[in-house]
Design a protein around this ligand. Structure first.
Ligand code: IPM
Ligand code: MG
Length: 386
């Protein structure tokens, strides 16, 4: 029996609702595959927890150490809270959003340098490009993965400013791009492309697209140079280049061209929200933050305060983040059987439920509840393993 310790951080807003469904599905995998066992250790955390504890802390101090020293993987719901009535985000006096210490604490603290963000349109789901283009893309066109650099760029801790007489006059964010950071994420993208072994929907070729703004910025020039150093080590993978501005139109215009794309931090943040349009909803977009030792998995979307407590949001991004977690654990533990099977099983169950077209939340044009979607996928896993 293989045993895995998973730290679960539901966080703010809809976080607990979607995490509940994510765990339901993982428990169904555990019940229906014989030799897998999960121990879930759940911690309350986030901006709402901070308010509840009298502004003492946004997560219990020991959580980071448990993640670092004991956990096999981490599953996170959503962090951050903006009051839907006042539009005010819970922040520290410095202006820093409460909750960021959890997300960045894990990304930077555990050195999770690659952020894996698949863009896949499932059968039975309509993308969100409207009007006369409604039927332009089908699931066979949309299946690529963005690898976003996750520990530097505009997110490096180099923010500063000038305050005089109580007024902020200047604010700066330095965009740090390093050789080490670029090398490891670009290598990761090539290795990921090899392991995925799917190729581009257009021509089946394995392809890693280097996305940057190297026609202008020094950081991107270095990023592209390093890509060009690494690419020849993978002769079976086609080299491909795009500037980020053009890339945003190409992913919408010809998504079938792309297989794996590697992108500096902030560009990747923006491009993957845009790409979610092709998936039908942000509620379909999963993401995995991984490094050499640790992995943290989460949906792409945020805490959606407006929908909190209503049991209406789409839990599939979190459910698919669970599948990514199992895939990553299988890679890390050299276990291509049980864990990989569990990951595929979740994928297949999501696919089957969506294809049947009966159960879907409002964002995909249906009226099912969050828990109905989780139930349907968990039951489908049972059926598929019979
Ligand atoms: C994401 C989010 C985060 C990011 C925010 C919440 C800091 O947008 O994971 O894409 O920008 O990385
Ligand atoms: Mg984002």
């Amino acid at each position: 029996m293989k045993k895995f310790k998973i730290v679960v951080l539901p966080g703010d807003g809809i976080g607990p609702e979607i995490i509940h469904e994510g765990l339901k599905v993982l428990k169904s995998v555990e019940e229906n595959l014989n030799n897998i066992n999960f121990e879930f250790i759940e911690y309350e955390c986030g901006a709402q927890y901070y308010l509840k504890t009298g502004k003492k802390e946004e997560w219990p101090k020991e959580v980071f150490d448990v993640c670092k020293n004991e956990a096999d993987a981490i599953l996170l719901g959503a962090i951050g809270w903006t009051d839907p009535q006042t539009g005010k985000t819970v922040s520290y006096p410095s202006g820093r959003m409460v909750g960021l210490d959890i997300l960045f604490g894990l990304r930077f603290g555990l050195d999770l340098y690659a952020n894996i963000r698949p863009t896949k349109l499932f059968e039975g789901v309509q993308h969100k490009i409207s009007g006369e283009f409604r039927n332009i893309w089908s699931p066979k066109n949309v299946d690529f993965v963005t690898i976003r650099e996750n520990t530097e760029g505009l997110y490096s801790d180099t923010h500063g400013g000038l305050n005089r007489g109580g007024q902020t006059e200047i604010a700066t964010d330095v965009r740090l791009i390093t050789r080490k950071g670029s090398e490891r994420v670009i290598k990761f993208a090539f290795e990921y492309c090899k392991r995925r072994n799917k190729g581009s929907p257009k021509d089946g070729k394995l392809r890693v697209t280097c996305v940057d703004k190297s026609n202008v910025t020094a950081g991107c020039k270095l990023f592209r140079k390093i890509y060009q150093e690494i690419a020849p080590q993978y002769p079976e993978i086609e080299q491909d280049y795009a500037f980020i501005d053009a890339f945003t139109q190409w992913i919408i215009r010809t998504p079938e061209w792309f297989d794996v794309c590697v992108v500096p931090n902030m560009f990747g943040d923006i491009a993957t929200d845009l790409a979610a349009v092709l998936q039908g909803s942000l509620g379909m977009a999963a993401s995995g933050n991984v490094g050499d030792k640790y992995g943290m998995f989460e949906p792409l979307h945020g805490s959606a305060p407006k929908y909190t407590g209503k049991n209406v949001v789409n839990p599939i991004a979190t459910i698919l983040a669970g599948a990514m977690m199992l895939d990553w654990l299988s890679m890390k533990n050299n276990d291509e059987s049980t864990l990989k099977k569990g990951s595929n099983l979740i994928d297949q169950a999501v696919q089957a439920v969506l294809k049947e077209g009966k159960i879907r939340t409002y964002d995909l044009g249906g009226s099912s509840s969050t828990s109905e979607v989780g139930d349907a996928i968990a039951n489908k896993i049972k059926q598929l393993t019979k």
